[in-house]
Design a protein around this ligand. Structure first.
Ligand code: ADP
Ligand code: SF4
Length: 684
C-alpha cells in the first residue's frame, strides 16, 4: 500500500536554520529515565523512532552543569567532554535513518535540587526549591549569570561535537532557569535582569545569541517556550508575556517549540484533555509573529488532525512525545497507507509516571518501549514461531489480546476464548468511566489487528472449564482470566476483613459495571489509590448521587501524583461536591453506616451514613482455572497464568505480560529467568 496523497504535506521537508528535516514528524524532547545511566538503552529507544520515520528525534532534558543536576531523576548529562561518547550513540543511531538529532540543554535552577553534587541551587532571586524540599536556592549574582551563559555555550559546542543537529534553549514546564527569570514571582531583581519584561528576558536573549554565535553555523537553535502557565494573572499568559516574548525574540531562534506550562498541562492526560490538539487555543498565534518554523504538541495520533494543523497555519511541524512512545512507527504507517495499524496513545501517562518514579520508561500501548536494548525487543518485529503448534489463550483482556496478537504475529495457530460477549476484559468497563473513553484504544487496536489474522480463531461467549481445555488437547495454554475486586475491605490498610462487613452488601467496581444499582448516598472507600476511586466518585456524582470518599492516604487517588493527575482529580471532585475524608480507614461497618477512624488515632472516629458502600481496595486473581489445570501440568508443553490472573496490576503490566509470554513461548525453558541485558557503569 502507499500513502494517501492527502497526507503528502506531512512528508514535505522543512528547513530549520542550517539543517533540513526530511518530513514534518517531530519527536520533541521527552524524558525516558534511561539517559546518562543507561546510554545504550537511550540510543536504542531513539533509534527505533528514526527507523519508524520521525524526521527529528530529540533527547530528554540534558543537564549542562553539576550546579543544576536532577538526581535522583535520570535525564541526560553533558557536563564535560567525557559525556560526549554517550550522546554519540544516540546521534549515530538517529543519523543512520536520515533523521535529525536534537538536544535540549537544560539549566533547571531551583527545579534541580542537586542531591548528587550538593551545590546550593541557584535562582534569579532567593527562593524555595521544588518538591517541598527544605532547601532554598540562592540568588544569582552577575558572575553566576556570566557562568550560566558560558555553560550553555560550552554545552552547545559539546552537543555539536556529539553530532546533534538541533540545540535547544529551554524555558518551559516551570522547570527552567530562563522561565523563572521571566516570572515576576521568581524574579524580584532590581538590576538589568529584573523588572521590565525586556529585562527579565535579557538572559534568554543573551544565551540564544551566544549559542547561535557558537554553533549556529551548523546547528539549528530551537527555543522551547511555554507561552502560558494556565494560572491566569498569577502566571505567564499567552495574551500578555507569551505574545510579547515571541514578538521580541521572533527571528532569533531557528525554531520555536511552543507549549503550555507546567508539565501536567503540557502532558495533560486524556481524562483532563480528551481532544487532540488541545494546546492549539494557546499556541495558534505564534506563527503570525515569526517567519521561523513552529512545532507544537497535542497528543496527535490522527493524520487528518496533523494535516489540518499544517493547512490552517497553526504549526509547521507536528510535535509528539507520547504518540511517538505509543507508536514509534507512526510516520511510516501513514506513509505506507496503514493508518489502521497506528497504535494510538491512550493518554494515561504511565510513561510519565515511570520518569517520576525514576524508573525506565514503559507504555500501556507499546510494551516494547524501554525494552529495545534491554530485551532486544522491537515494536514492529517479533521472531517467528519455532513450531506448528496451536496455542490456547483463555481470556481476552489486555493480557490475552496482546498475547494472542503477538503469537499470531509469530505465526502460531491461536485459539482465543473469551467468556464475555465482547473482547476487552477490564477495558470494556473502565473505558465507560468519565474521561477514560480513550482507554478503549488498548482493546480496539488489538481487536482490529487480530481480526485481520487468519491464524487466530476467536470464540466469544465461551467460558472454558478445565475439562473443556483438557479435551481440546492443545499443547500450550495461557490463562489470562483476569481478577475480581474484593468485597471484604482487605487492601493496603486492612490485612483482614473489616469488622461487620460480611453483613453488608458491599459493591465493588465489578458489581457497578455489571449494572448493580447504586443508591443515593454513596460511601466510597478507596484503598487502591489509583484512578478508579476518583473516577467512580465522579461517575456517581454525575448520576445525581451524593458521594463521600474515604481513603487512608493523605491524598485522593494518591498514585496519580506520578501521572500528573492528582491535583486535577482532587480539584475536580471538590468542585463536584464530593466530600473527601483522607487519612481515615474503615473501622466497622453496619447495614447503613460506617465507622471510620483516623489512621493516627483509632479513638478519633466518625459515623458516615450510606445507602451504598463501594469498596475499592484490592483484587483477587481469577486463577481457579489455572489452579485446576496445574493438576494436569504434565499434559501441557506450556501452562501459564499471565496478567491480572497472575498478579493484579495496571493495564500496562497486563499488556507487557501478554507480550512477554508471546515472545518467550518455546524460546526457553524457564519463563521466570530474567532474560535481559543490563548496563554496567564504566570504571574509568
Ligand atoms: P487482564 O488485565 O489480565 O487482561 P481482564 O480482567 O481485563 O485481565 O480480562 C480477563 C478476561 O478473561 C475477561 O474478559 C474475562 O471475561 C475472561 N475470562 C475469565 N475466565 C474465563 C474463562 N474461564 N474462559 C474464558 N474467558 C475467561
Ligand atoms: Fe500514551 Fe499511556 Fe503510552 Fe504514555 S503510557 S505513551 S500516555 S499510552
Amino acid at each position: 500500500m502507499s500513502r494517501d496523497p492527502k497526507y503528502d504535506i506531512l512528508f514535505e521537508p522543512v528547513q530549520i536554520g542550517p539543517v533540513t528535516t526530511k518530513n514534518r514528524f517531530y519527536q520533541v524532547p521527552h524524558c525516558n529515565a534511561l539517559g546518562h545511566a543507561r546510554p545504550r538503552a537511550e540510543a536504542a529507544n531513539r533509534r527505533v523512532k528514526a527507523e519508524g520515520g520521525w524526521g527529528v528525534i530529540c533527547s530528554q532534558e540534558v543537564e549542562i552543569h553539576p550546579s543544576s543536576e536532577l538526581s535522583p531523576f535520570i535525564e541526560g548529562r553533558l557536563w564535560d567532554d567525557r559525556d560526549i561518547p554517550q550522546h554519540r550513540l544516540m546521534t549515530d543511531a538517529v543519523h543512520e535513518y536520515g533523521s535529525l538529532a536534537g538536544i535540549e540543554l537544560a539549566y533547571n535552577a531551583s527545579h534541580a535540587i542537586n542531591h548528587y553534587s550538593r551545590i546550593a541551587p541557584m535562582s534569579p532571586s532567593l527562593g524555595m526549591v521544588h518538591n517541598n524540599c527544605p532547601i532554598q536556592a540562592r540568588a544569582m549574582n552577575k558572575r553566576d549569570i556570566k557562568n550560566v551563559r558560558q555553560w550553555h555555550v560550552d554545552a552547545a559546542r559539546r552537543a555539536r561535537q556529539a553530532g546533534y543537529d538541533i540545540v535547544y534553549i529551554y524555558a518551559a514546564h516551570n522547570m527552567s532557569l530562563l522561565q523563572h527569570f521571566l516570572k515576576p514571582q521568581y524574579n524580584r531583581r532590581s538590576d538589568e535582569y529584573g523588572g521590565s519584561l525586556e529585562n527579565r528576558l535579557r538572559i534568554t536573549r543573551e544565551i540564544l545569541t551566544d549559542v547561535k554565535e557558537a554553533v549556529g553555523d551548523s546547528c539549528a537553535i530551537a527555543f522551547r517556550f511555554a507561552v502560558d502557565e494556565l494560572r491566569g494573572t498569577d502566571g505567564l499568559q499567552a495574551e500578555c508575556e507569551g505574545r510579547d516574548v515571541i514578538g521580541m525574540l521572533a527571528e532569533i531562534p531557528d525554531l520555536w517549540d511552543v507549549n503550555i506550562s507546567d508539565w501536567d498541562n503540557d502532558s495533560a492526560t486524556a481524562r483532563f484533555k480528551p481532544n487532540e490538539g488541545f494546546q492549539e487555543p494557546y499556541t495558534n498565534f505564534v506563527k503570525s509573529l515569526t517567519s521561523k518554523p513552529v512545532v507544537g504538541v497535542g497528543r496527535f495520533t490522527s493524520a487528518d488532525a496533523m494535516v489540518s494543523q499544517i493547512k490552517r497555519g497553526v504549526l509547521d511541524l507536528i510535535g509528539a512525545a507520547r504518540p511517538s512512545i505509543a507508536d514509534p512507527y507512526l510516520p511510516n504507517k501513514i506513509d505506507e497507507g496503514r493508518i489502521e495499524d497506528i497504535r494510538e496513545c491512550v493518554g494515561c501517562n504511565i510513561c510519565v509516571a515511570q520518569d517520576n518514579l525514576t524508573a525506565p520508561i514503559r507504555c500501556t500501548q507499546n510494551p516494547t518501549q524501554g525494552e529495545e536494548w534491554k530485551r532486544d525487543w522491537h515494536p514492529e518485529k517479533i521472531q517467528p514461531a519455532t513450531s506448528d503448534d496451536t496455542v490456547l489463550v483463555v481470556g481476552a483482556g489486555p493480557a490475552g489480546l496482546e498475547c494472542a496478537m503477538q503469537l499470531a504475529n509469530r505465526g502460531y495457530e491461536v485459539t482465543l476464548a473469551e467468556a464475555g460477549d465482547e473482547l476487552g476484559g477490564r477495558i470494556n468497563i473502565e473505558c465507560q468511566l468519565p474521561g477514560l473513553s480513550s482507554y478503549a484504544r488498548v482493546r480496539d487496536y488489538r481487536e482490529a489487528q487480530i481480526s485481520q489474522k487468519p491464524n487466530v480463531q476467536v470464540y466469544k461467549g465461551n467460558r472454558l472449564s478445565a475439562e473443556d481445555i483438557l479435551e481440546l488437547e492443545i499443547p500450550h495454554v495461557i490463562c489470562s482470566t483476569g481478577s475480581s475486586w474484593r468485597r471484604d475491605g482487605v487492601g493496603r490498610y486492612h490485612f483482614s476483613a473489616v469488622k461487620g462487613i460480611e453483613h453488608v452488601s458491599v459493591l465493588t467496581p465489578d458489581d457497578i459495571f455489571a449494572g448493580v444499582e447504586i443508591k443515593q448516598r454513596v460511601l466510597i472507600y478507596d484503598d487502591d489509590h489509583y484512578y478508579l476511586g476518583g473516577a467512580l466518585a465522579e461517575l456517581c456524582v454525575r448520576q445525581g448521587k451524593s458521594v463521600c470518599l474515604v481513603t487512608p492516604d493523605s491524598l485522593v487517588s494518591s498514585w496519580t501524583v506520578y501521572t500528573l493527575e492528582q491535583e486535577k482529580i482532587q480539584t475536580r471532585l471538590s468542585k463536584l461536591g464530593v466530600e473527601m475524608i483522607t487519612l481515615h480507614a474503615l473501622q466497622q461497618v453496619d447495614k447503613a453506616s460506617a465507622t471510620i477512624a483516623s489512621i493516627y488515632d483509632a479513638e478519633k472516629t466518625r459515623e458516615i451514613a450510606f445507602d451504598s458502600l463501594i469498596a475499592i481496595t484490592s483484587r483477587l486473581p481469577r486463577n481457579e482455572l489455572y489452579q485446576q489445570l496445574l493438576e494436569y501440568e504434565g499434559r501441557f508443553n506450556t501452562l501459564l497464568a499471565i496478567g491480572d490472573c497472575e498478579a493484579p496490576s495496571t493495564v500496562a503490566a497486563a499488556v507487557f505480560a501478554g507480550h512477554l509470554a508471546a515472545r518467550n513461548l518455546q524460546t526457553h525453558v524457564d519463563f521466570y529467568e530474567p532474560l535481559f541485558r543490563r548496563e554496567m557503569p564504566g570504571l574509568d
